[in-house]
Design a binder for this molecule. Structure first.
Ligand code: CU
Length: 313
């Protein structure tokens, strides 16, 4: 099978391709048919019924024609009902995950995704085994996002205080892009990640390491991993450049102007507070947009992040 993208459709990598692509092509061909039919008729009638001389008689005014009216009501109705049936069948299939699926919880936040596995593993890309039904339960920590995997032909809105589900079964290994398709703020267009589809053994191996990411690492090394895995990198640079949030370079020991909160000396307690209740002290010149990490980061992760920030001189 040719899995590459076509002019209209992205590359193919899930079982839904067999449902979505034929339906899409059918709608497309019907649209082509009527598009060209209308263009041709408009052209032909324009030429045929053009009033060439001022004294030429206008065509008779026809006000009713029962046969025509029934025709243009009943034929489109049959076409549209057919399309509805095809669409509904595919939709129902794509909504209900088959028995024996594995579940991953997905959280959207400005402007990163985190994937939480039943084993406790947390990752910033989605890793799944090939040829296995996977159900995603999606929710958002802040605003409306949307989770779209073009190569799998599946998408769901990601809404705060609510869980949405989608499922898929990947048909081949590879790395496929994931996009956010609801405008969610400044860095919406960078809210990208990927699904990595791997063989079953590679998946078990990955899951074992991912379930214990701090294993054999110093807190500093673990913190560096969390910086990207927990999405901090979406808003904080480590090279001194200003982003949505202040850079972490030289943060530890700096005097920070927190407006009404006064001048604050950045120490372990302050960094901890910044993660767990970001609005307690908001740094001057920044918006209070940082997600709350209370109940999200474990104590060990908080310590690791603090240790990492301390190394960024
Ligand atoms: Cu988003």
């Amino acid at each position: 099978m040719d899995n590459s993208k076509t002019f209209w459709l992205p590359e193919k990598a899930s079982t839904f391709v067999d449902i979505v692509d034929p339906a899409f092509n059918l709608y497309l061909y019907i649209s082509y048919f009527f598009f060209f039919l209308i263009i041709i008729l408009v052209t032909v009638f324009t030429i045929k019924y053009l009033r060439r001389r001022p004294d030429q008689l206008a065509t008779a005014q026809i006000t009713h024609n029962l046969t025509l009216e029934l025709g243009w009501t009943i034929i489109p109705l049959i076409v549209v009902m057919g399309l509805f049936f095809i669409g509904m069948k595919g939709y129902l299939h794509m909504r209900v995950a088959p028995a024996g699926y594995m579940q991953v919880n997905v959280k959207g936040q400005k402007w990163a995704w985190s994937f939480e596995y039943p084993s406790g593993a947390v990752n910033d890309t989605l890793v799944v085994p090939v040829n296995t039904p996977v159900k995603l339960a999606l929710t958002s920590r802040d605003v409306l996002h949307s989770f779209f995997i073009p190569a799998f032909r599946t998408k769901a809105d990601v809404i705060p205080n609510r869980w949405h589900a989608l499922w898929f079964q990947a048909t081949r290994t590879g790395v496929f892009p994931v996009e956010c398709t609801q405008y969610c703020g400044t860095n919406h267009s960078y809210m990208l990640t990927a699904v990595k589809v791997v063989e079953a053994d590679a998946y078990s191996e990955w899951l074992a390491t991912a379930s214990d990411p701090g294993k054999g690492k110093t807190p500093e090394q673990f913190g560096a991993i969390l910086y990207t895995k927990r999405g901090c990198s979406a808003c904080h640079s480590i090279d001194g450049s200003k982003a949505v949030g202040p850079s972490w370079k030289g943060l530890f020991g700096r005097q920070e102007n927190c407006g009404a909160g006064g001048m604050v000396m950045v120490d372990e307690a302050y960094i901890r507070e910044s993660m767990l209740s970001p609005t307690a002290k908001v740094v001057m010149g920044y918006q209070p947009v940082m997600p709350v990490f209370q109940g999200v980061l474990s104590d060990r992760e908080v310590v690791a992040l603090i240790s990492y920030i301390k190394t960024l001189k």
